[in-house]
Design a protein around this ligand. Structure first.
Ligand code: ATP
Length: 248
């Protein structure tokens, strides 16, 4: 007797996304189960960021199904989505450079209310300082004075302050030196070991394939290929996706 499959944490079903007349996503369907790391690969302009932004509700106009924990997200505000358990680490990090590291982290906590919220915030800060040494050593420093890699760690920590079930990471290695990229991916690996469910957009294909359970290739707004890293890793489609070609 087989038990019914649990509801995926995220379900995207035939999602279309538009910026006015520009169609950024075409009938995109994918799902992410709890504990999975799913990578989204594709050329510039393929629609990766649009999908991330559609999930958190700050992006384009969408139609189609988008469910978190089985709950339809249409009509749910971005703030409510964060409270429902999804957080985005945006491309380019978007920290407040003239605020301290700790104040940047507290921004990730603005939606937290109710009994015990203050002590939970203090507990989270303690936990994150263990995970990210940069927070421990420099929490009073202005975020704008940090290196790119350190800023990326702060951006990830800020997202974790909302205690997400699903973490969306948009090009975390962008603009970082190879050594620093390794550090960022070590952090992502630690989160994976702790059971964090993640959707990862990444231009560093090798790093993405090394950490993902499953991958989707996006080209011109459509998913053109899906599978495990082994299944799609050496396929020429992966290369053509990076030159923006669509699968025929
Ligand atoms: P990149 O790696 O360059 O960030 P991407 O795969 O994340 O690319 P998107 O940024 O999602 O791609 O862009 C998908 C399409 O939507 C592109 O054609 C882009 O020009 C368009 N687009 C993105 N943002 C906007 C916007 N704010 N207004 C109009 N068009 C947009």
């Amino acid at each position: 007797m087989s038990a019914a499959a649990p509801t995926p944490l995220l379900e995207v079903e035939r999602l279309d996304a538009f910026y006015g007349a520009i169609r950024a996503l075409r009938e995109v369907s994918l799902s992410i189960r709890r504990g999975e790391v799913v990578a989204l690969l594709g050329a510039n302009g393929a629609g990766k960021t649009s999908l991330m932004r559609a999930i958190v509700g700050v992006g384009p106009q969408v139609s189609g199904g988008l469910r978190l924990n089985g709950r339809e997200l249409a009509g749910v505000t971005p703030e409510q989505r964060v409270r429902s358990g999804v957080a985005l680490v945006p491309e380019g990090r978007h920290l407040f450079g003239s605020m301290s590291i700790e104040d940047n982290l507290l921004v990730g906590r603005v939606g937290a209310r109710g009994r015990g919220a203050r002590s939970r915030t203090a507990g989270l800060l303690r936990e994150l300082k263990e995970l990210f040494p940069v927070l421990r050593e420099r929490s009073g420093r202005l975020a704008g004075s940090l290196s790119g890699g350190q800023q990326q760690q702060v951006a990830i920590a800020r997202a974790l302050m909302s205690e997400p079930e699903l973490l969306l990471l948009d090009e975390p290695s962008l603009g970082l030196s190879p050594q620093v990229v390794d550090v960022v991916f070590e952090t992502i690996a630690t989160l994976r070991e702790r059971g964090m469910t993640m959707l990862l957009v990444e231009q560093d294909v090798a790093e993405a394939l090394a950490i993902a359970d499953r991958c989707h290739v996006l080209a011109s707004g459509r998913i053109t290929r899906s599978g495990t890293p082994e299944e799609i890793g050496d396929h020429e489609q992966l290369v053509s996706a990076y030159f923006g070609a669509e699968e025929s």
